[in-house]
Design a protein around this ligand. Structure first.
Ligand code: ADP
Ligand code: MG
Length: 391
């Protein structure tokens, strides 16, 4: 059964009828540009073939019911109750099961944007690995946002829907994330990465030419789940804000490589290293876009590796599993490799020759076994299409 069929089957189980349509949105891999999004900086993600599907039907009443193959029970509320549920107070658990706050939060954010409509039943199925740094969260938001935008005839464009998804994640779920994931899921295209300036929201699709060059991107999911809403992620954001303030600005986007010498003088070592990661990572994103255009994907390996080292040593968000995946992939002939996503778990990526996929995968699997780590989940991702209606 395909994932789309699983969404249909769940919808049938829920309602005994056929849906009005099916909408889907992909997860994403961030090629380079980590933790730069909330610093008004640059990112370069691409949408992956793994998608979340929402089969959605219109109800006779003004209630919204969400179900997911991921959850035991559907959750149902009245549309006019959403305003009492959200926004979730900072740091508090949502008043509904957390997973349901994603699609219900999307409905809430759409209502705040002026969209209204009938009640709906939403059945969700996904093959995006959850909590792996591949943004299953943006995928579920994107699928729900696409469906409700169409069924409620809200007429919002994809960028606006990305902002709806972000608002749901920030204010209904309570996870303080940037806009990158939703933009990649909404605007991604086959064989292209999405260059995004997180300050202006200007975008540019950058051709990767992976298949033509005989290259693949392997995802090495360490199976160590990260948690966004708590802990290190928020702490890193606070460090970045502190660093920007000490440099007399509101955002590290305004700090350049030439300013780093002064930064080192005016802040403590930890804050300085956090700042240095962001500032150099922004430059690496710009360099990656330039190198892709000039020389193609085979030439970006060193930039990927430098990005990983910066996250490991300066931003300190890597883990022993992620470091092992990166080091082993490189030793087994990967052209470049880095952890991807927010860190503290999740996945690393490796850029590899098509002919070396087997070799790199088995080397990483063997290294994990030898270290007593949980077996990694390794798969190839071709840059894929963004959110759309499927049926
Ligand atoms: P990531 O985006 O890296 O996968 P997040 O912590 O941002 O990790 O989002 C994962 C959360 O999103 C899950 O814990 C769950 O609450 C929600 N979620 C993702 N996919 C689904 C799904 N198919 N059904 C229900 N909830 C989902
Ligand atoms: Mg997420």
């Amino acid at each position: 059964m395909t994932t789309q069929e699983a969404a249909l089957a769940l919808f049938a189980e829920l309602t005994d009828s056929a849906p009005a349509g099916i909408w889907s949105a992909p997860g994403r891999v961030n090629l380079i540009g980590e933790h730069t999004d909330y610093n008004d900086g640059f990112v370069l993600p691409f949408a992956i073939p793994h998608r979340t599907y929402a089969a959605v039907g219109i109800r006779e009443d003004l209630r919204i019911r969400v179900a997911s193959t991921f959850a035991e029970e559907p959750v149902e509320v009245a549309l006019d109750e959403l305003n009492a549920l959200f926004p979730t107070a900072s740091g508090a658990e949502p008043a509904v099961p957390e997973w349901a706050a994603y699609p219900l939060g999307v409905a809430w954010a759409l209502q705040l944007a002026g969209a209204t409509g009938t009640g709906v039943d939403i059945a969700i199925a996904s093959d995006v690995p959850v909590g792996a740094g591949l943004s299953s969260s943006a995928a579920i938001e994107g699928a729900a946002a696409g469906a409700l935008n169409d069924l409620w005839k809200a007429g919002l464009d994809r960028r606006a829907l990305a902002r709806i998804g972000r608002r749901a994640e920030n204010e209904a779920v309570g996870a303080p994330t940037g806009i990158m994931d939703q933009m990649a899921s909404m605007l991604g295209e086959r064989d292209r990465a999405l260059f995004l300036d997180c300050r202006t929201l200007e975008t540019d699709l950058v051709t990767l030419g992976m298949a033509d060059a005989g290259l693949e991107i392997l995802v090495m999911d360490t199976q160590v789940k990260h948690a966004h809403a708590t802990g290190g992620y928020g702490e890193r954001r606070a460090s970045c804000e502190r660093g920007a303030a000490l440099m007399g600005t509101t955002s590290l986007r305004d700090v350049s490589i030439d300013d780093l010498a002064r930064a080192e003088e005016v802040m403590d070592d930890v804050t300085f290293r956090r700042v240095r990661h962001i500032v150099t990572e922004n430059q690496r994103v710009l360099d990656t876009v330039r190198v892709l255009g000039e020389s193609g994907a085979r030439a970006i390996g060193d930039l990927l590796v430098a990005s990983h080292e910066s996250m490991r040593d300066d931003f300190e968000i890597s883990t022993p599993e992620l470091d092992l995946a990166v080091e082993t992939a490189l030793a087994a002939s990967a052209i470049g490799a880095r952890m991807t996503g927010g860190g503290f778990g999740g996945a690393a990526i490796a850029l590899v020759e098509h002919s070396a996929v087997e070799r790199v995968s088995s080397a990483v699997t063997a290294a994990f076994a030898a270290s007593g780590f949980t077996a990694p989940h390794i798969f190839s991702v071709a840059p894929a299409a963004g959110a759309h209606r499927d049926a």
